[in-house]
Write a protein that binds this ligand. Structure first.
Ligand SMILES: Nc1ncnc2c1ncn2[C@@H]1O[C@H](COP(=O)(O)OP(=O)(O)OP(=O)(O)O)[C@@H](O)[C@H]1O
Ligand SMILES: [Mg+2]
Length: 175
Protein backbone atom coordinates (compact mmCIF):
# COMPACT_ATOMS: atom_id res chain seq x y z
CA UNK A 1 0.00 0.00 0.00
CA UNK A 2 1.51 3.38 -0.97
CA UNK A 3 0.54 6.70 0.55
CA UNK A 4 1.39 8.15 3.91
CA UNK A 5 3.82 6.50 6.34
CA UNK A 6 2.45 3.88 8.74
CA UNK A 7 1.73 5.15 12.26
CA UNK A 8 3.12 3.34 15.27
CA UNK A 9 2.08 3.19 18.86
CA UNK A 10 2.79 1.00 21.85
CA UNK A 11 0.00 -0.67 23.75
CA UNK A 12 0.92 -1.65 27.28
CA UNK A 13 -2.11 -3.81 27.97
CA UNK A 14 -5.55 -4.94 26.78
CA UNK A 15 -7.15 -1.69 28.00
CA UNK A 16 -4.83 0.39 25.84
CA UNK A 17 -5.61 -1.77 22.82
CA UNK A 18 -9.31 -1.41 23.58
CA UNK A 19 -8.95 2.37 23.86
CA UNK A 20 -7.38 2.35 20.42
CA UNK A 21 -10.30 0.28 19.13
CA UNK A 22 -12.86 2.72 20.52
CA UNK A 23 -11.03 5.57 18.86
CA UNK A 24 -10.82 3.70 15.57
CA UNK A 25 -14.56 3.12 15.58
CA UNK A 26 -15.13 6.86 15.35
CA UNK A 27 -12.98 7.03 12.22
CA UNK A 28 -14.65 4.11 10.41
CA UNK A 29 -17.95 3.85 8.60
CA UNK A 30 -20.07 1.54 6.46
CA UNK A 31 -18.10 -0.07 3.67
CA UNK A 32 -14.75 0.21 5.44
CA UNK A 33 -12.60 -2.90 5.52
CA UNK A 34 -9.93 -3.32 8.22
CA UNK A 35 -7.33 -6.09 8.03
CA UNK A 36 -5.77 -7.24 11.31
CA UNK A 37 -2.46 -9.07 11.39
CA UNK A 38 -0.41 -10.41 14.25
CA UNK A 39 0.50 -13.68 15.91
CA UNK A 40 -1.79 -15.72 18.15
CA UNK A 41 -2.79 -13.70 21.19
CA UNK A 42 -1.48 -10.44 19.79
CA UNK A 43 -4.78 -8.73 20.52
CA UNK A 44 -6.66 -8.72 17.22
CA UNK A 45 -9.95 -9.86 18.73
CA UNK A 46 -9.46 -7.49 21.68
CA UNK A 47 -9.27 -4.64 19.18
CA UNK A 48 -12.26 -5.87 17.16
CA UNK A 49 -14.35 -6.19 20.33
CA UNK A 50 -13.60 -2.60 21.30
CA UNK A 51 -14.50 -1.33 17.83
CA UNK A 52 -17.76 -3.28 17.96
CA UNK A 53 -18.62 -2.03 21.46
CA UNK A 54 -18.00 1.55 20.41
CA UNK A 55 -20.36 0.98 17.47
CA UNK A 56 -23.08 -0.17 19.86
CA UNK A 57 -22.69 -3.96 19.65
CA UNK A 58 -23.81 -5.49 22.94
CA UNK A 59 -23.45 -9.29 22.76
CA UNK A 60 -20.28 -11.37 23.00
CA UNK A 61 -17.60 -10.60 20.44
CA UNK A 62 -15.22 -13.54 20.12
CA UNK A 63 -13.28 -14.96 17.23
CA UNK A 64 -15.73 -16.93 15.13
CA UNK A 65 -14.47 -20.49 15.65
CA UNK A 66 -16.81 -22.64 13.62
CA UNK A 67 -17.74 -20.05 11.06
CA UNK A 68 -15.36 -17.79 9.25
CA UNK A 69 -17.64 -14.80 9.51
CA UNK A 70 -20.09 -13.31 11.87
CA UNK A 71 -22.15 -10.16 11.84
CA UNK A 72 -23.11 -8.09 14.83
CA UNK A 73 -25.90 -5.53 14.93
CA UNK A 74 -24.78 -2.13 16.14
CA UNK A 75 -25.53 1.44 15.13
CA UNK A 76 -23.61 0.30 12.07
CA UNK A 77 -23.47 -3.40 11.15
CA UNK A 78 -20.14 -4.93 12.15
CA UNK A 79 -18.72 -7.86 10.19
CA UNK A 80 -16.05 -9.93 11.95
CA UNK A 81 -14.08 -12.53 10.05
CA UNK A 82 -11.29 -14.80 11.15
CA UNK A 83 -9.66 -16.76 8.36
CA UNK A 84 -7.23 -18.60 10.66
CA UNK A 85 -8.82 -21.96 9.96
CA UNK A 86 -8.95 -21.53 6.22
CA UNK A 87 -5.88 -23.06 4.61
CA UNK A 88 -6.84 -22.43 1.01
CA UNK A 89 -10.36 -21.15 0.71
CA UNK A 90 -12.45 -22.39 -2.18
CA UNK A 91 -14.75 -20.13 -4.14
CA UNK A 92 -17.67 -20.88 -1.86
CA UNK A 93 -15.75 -19.89 1.27
CA UNK A 94 -14.48 -16.75 -0.39
CA UNK A 95 -18.02 -15.99 -1.54
CA UNK A 96 -19.33 -16.35 2.01
CA UNK A 97 -16.58 -14.10 3.33
CA UNK A 98 -17.36 -11.41 0.77
CA UNK A 99 -21.06 -11.73 1.50
CA UNK A 100 -20.41 -11.20 5.22
CA UNK A 101 -18.24 -8.18 4.51
CA UNK A 102 -20.91 -6.71 2.26
CA UNK A 103 -20.85 -3.00 1.57
CA UNK A 104 -22.88 -1.73 4.51
CA UNK A 105 -20.70 -2.82 7.42
CA UNK A 106 -17.55 -1.90 9.22
CA UNK A 107 -15.71 -5.12 8.41
CA UNK A 108 -12.75 -6.43 10.37
CA UNK A 109 -10.76 -9.46 9.22
CA UNK A 110 -8.29 -11.41 11.39
CA UNK A 111 -5.69 -13.54 9.57
CA UNK A 112 -6.67 -11.96 6.24
CA UNK A 113 -3.73 -13.10 4.14
CA UNK A 114 -5.24 -16.35 2.96
CA UNK A 115 -8.16 -14.33 1.58
CA UNK A 116 -6.15 -11.27 0.61
CA UNK A 117 -6.32 -11.50 -3.16
CA UNK A 118 -10.06 -11.95 -3.05
CA UNK A 119 -10.88 -9.09 -0.69
CA UNK A 120 -11.71 -5.53 -1.62
CA UNK A 121 -9.16 -2.80 -0.92
CA UNK A 122 -8.85 -2.28 2.85
CA UNK A 123 -9.21 1.23 4.25
CA UNK A 124 -6.95 0.35 7.15
CA UNK A 125 -4.41 -2.33 8.02
CA UNK A 126 -3.44 -2.99 11.62
CA UNK A 127 -0.53 -5.10 12.74
CA UNK A 128 0.00 -6.06 16.38
CA UNK A 129 3.44 -7.33 17.37
CA UNK A 130 4.31 -8.99 20.65
CA UNK A 131 7.01 -7.03 22.46
CA UNK A 132 7.21 -9.05 25.67
CA UNK A 133 4.64 -9.33 28.45
CA UNK A 134 1.59 -7.21 27.75
CA UNK A 135 3.40 -4.86 25.43
CA UNK A 136 2.39 -4.71 21.78
CA UNK A 137 3.67 -2.59 18.97
CA UNK A 138 0.71 -1.48 16.86
CA UNK A 139 1.33 -0.40 13.28
CA UNK A 140 -1.50 1.37 11.45
CA UNK A 141 -1.33 1.68 7.68
CA UNK A 142 -3.72 3.51 5.41
CA UNK A 143 -3.50 5.06 1.96
CA UNK A 144 -6.32 7.49 2.79
CA UNK A 145 -4.89 10.87 3.84
CA UNK A 146 -8.04 11.85 5.73
CA UNK A 147 -8.01 8.65 7.77
CA UNK A 148 -4.27 9.04 8.28
CA UNK A 149 -4.82 12.50 9.79
CA UNK A 150 -7.52 11.09 12.07
CA UNK A 151 -5.26 8.24 13.17
CA UNK A 152 -2.41 10.64 13.81
CA UNK A 153 -4.62 12.71 16.10
CA UNK A 154 -5.96 9.58 17.81
CA UNK A 155 -2.49 8.18 18.48
CA UNK A 156 -1.36 11.55 19.88
CA UNK A 157 -4.44 11.67 22.11
CA UNK A 158 -3.88 8.14 23.43
CA UNK A 159 -0.20 8.87 24.14
CA UNK A 160 -1.05 12.06 26.02
CA UNK A 161 -3.71 10.30 28.04
CA UNK A 162 -1.25 7.57 28.89
CA UNK A 163 1.31 10.11 30.09
CA UNK A 164 -1.27 12.11 32.04
CA UNK A 165 -3.90 9.67 33.27
CA UNK A 166 -7.10 11.32 34.46
CA UNK A 167 -6.67 12.49 38.08
CA UNK A 168 -8.34 10.51 40.83
CA UNK A 169 -11.54 12.21 41.91
CA UNK A 170 -10.70 14.48 44.88
CA UNK A 171 -12.31 13.60 48.16
CA UNK A 172 -15.14 15.98 48.97
CA UNK A 173 -13.98 18.96 51.02
CA UNK A 174 -15.26 19.54 54.51
CA UNK A 175 -17.88 17.17 55.89
N1 LIG B 1 -1.42 -4.93 24.99
C1 LIG B 1 -2.35 -5.90 24.80
N2 LIG B 1 -3.28 -5.76 23.83
C2 LIG B 1 -4.20 -6.74 23.62
N3 LIG B 1 -4.30 -7.88 24.33
C3 LIG B 1 -3.41 -8.06 25.31
C4 LIG B 1 -2.40 -7.08 25.59
N4 LIG B 1 -1.66 -7.52 26.62
C5 LIG B 1 -2.17 -8.70 26.98
N5 LIG B 1 -3.21 -9.04 26.20
C6 LIG B 1 -3.96 -10.31 26.33
O1 LIG B 1 -3.65 -11.08 25.18
C7 LIG B 1 -4.80 -11.77 24.72
C8 LIG B 1 -5.14 -11.33 23.32
O2 LIG B 1 -6.12 -12.17 22.84
P1 LIG B 1 -6.91 -11.90 21.51
O3 LIG B 1 -7.93 -12.97 21.41
O4 LIG B 1 -7.35 -10.50 21.42
O5 LIG B 1 -5.73 -12.14 20.43
P2 LIG B 1 -5.86 -12.48 18.90
O6 LIG B 1 -4.76 -11.72 18.23
O7 LIG B 1 -7.23 -12.27 18.42
O8 LIG B 1 -5.48 -14.03 18.86
P3 LIG B 1 -5.92 -15.14 17.77
O9 LIG B 1 -4.93 -15.06 16.66
O10 LIG B 1 -5.80 -16.42 18.53
O11 LIG B 1 -7.31 -14.86 17.31
C9 LIG B 1 -5.92 -11.46 25.71
O12 LIG B 1 -5.94 -12.45 26.69
C10 LIG B 1 -5.47 -10.13 26.29
O13 LIG B 1 -5.96 -9.91 27.60
MG1 LIG C 1 -8.61 -13.51 17.47
Amino acid sequence: MGGPEPLRMTSDGPEATAALGSGLAALLGPGDLVLLRGELGAGKTTLVRAVARALGVEGPVTSPTFTVAQRYAGRVPVAHLDAYRLSSPDDEELGLALEAIGDDAVALVEWPDVLAGGLPEPRLEVELRHEGGDRRLVVLTTADPRLHAGLDALVAHLRARHRHPPAEPRPARGG
